[in-house]
Unconditional design. Sequence first.
Length: 314
Amino acid sequence: MEKFNRVYSLRVEVDDGVNTSPLTSSQIGTGLDFRANKNVEITLPFTVEFTISRQNLSSAQTATFRVMGLGEHTRNTIQKDIFQFNQLRAVQFRAGYDSPSGRFMPIVFNGTVSTAYSWREGTVWITEIEAYDGGFQMANGFSVSQTLAPGASAYQTIRQLSKLLPYQSGSPIVGSFPATNKRGEVLFGNIWDLILQKSNGLATIDNGQVKALNYHEVIQGEIPVLTSETGMLGTPKRTSNTLELETIFEPRLTLLQLIELQSVSYPQYNRAWKVMGFEHRGTISGAVAGDCLTTVRLWFTTRDLQIVSGVPVL
């Protein structure tokens, strides 16, 4: 894929004061406003600066977007103050490249707005959106009370609990957790806390999708090979079990996927690796130039990496 002509779409759910949809019976009394707001989609020629961090951690993924030059009405509808915690507003960022063979623009971040503010620098208005992915599900996976029959595996329980979490974007991807309960078991408490217990702390939420894999398990990704031809820059940096490298913006990456590294400078690293985290940062603009890069953190184990079936959200 040629990495020229960067494009993006930033879709933000906004509150324009015309919410009239009534709450359903299941939403009344939750303290959250689930009523259907409208959406605004921002694309070129508006300039966007972004930083996105997606890591294999039990905490939420994070993102910051800065958009230049939005009009007053759009700025006001996007605004969300920190104390408006009872408003749930979705944000979705797609980015990629426009080429003669077609436009490729996968989902790079899929979450909810934490805060959104605007201010003016000189003659330019800047709108900054702070967002997170998975934080709502982790905090508001309301308490569950269930009884498991004897012999239920941790795998079955993780999948069952994951489907109870609100606002998911895809089916959970769960690896091999064969441990079974010898007797009946009562599950009681926050859903996410229970998922972490059953997965030994190895679960995460990425693009609204639960992923719980063991260290030697991976999922099939869109880009099986990282080379200088596909955009890898410089030489990798090695620690005891991880490798960090930088590449030209690669929107197809997904957490816990399998990739193969092909480095001319360090051929001893040319093997299969597991993507444990990455950070996108850069500028996409129709008016100004700017870098657009991805830093990838890879993990290696002497055990054979086993592919787990499942479809990542892209």
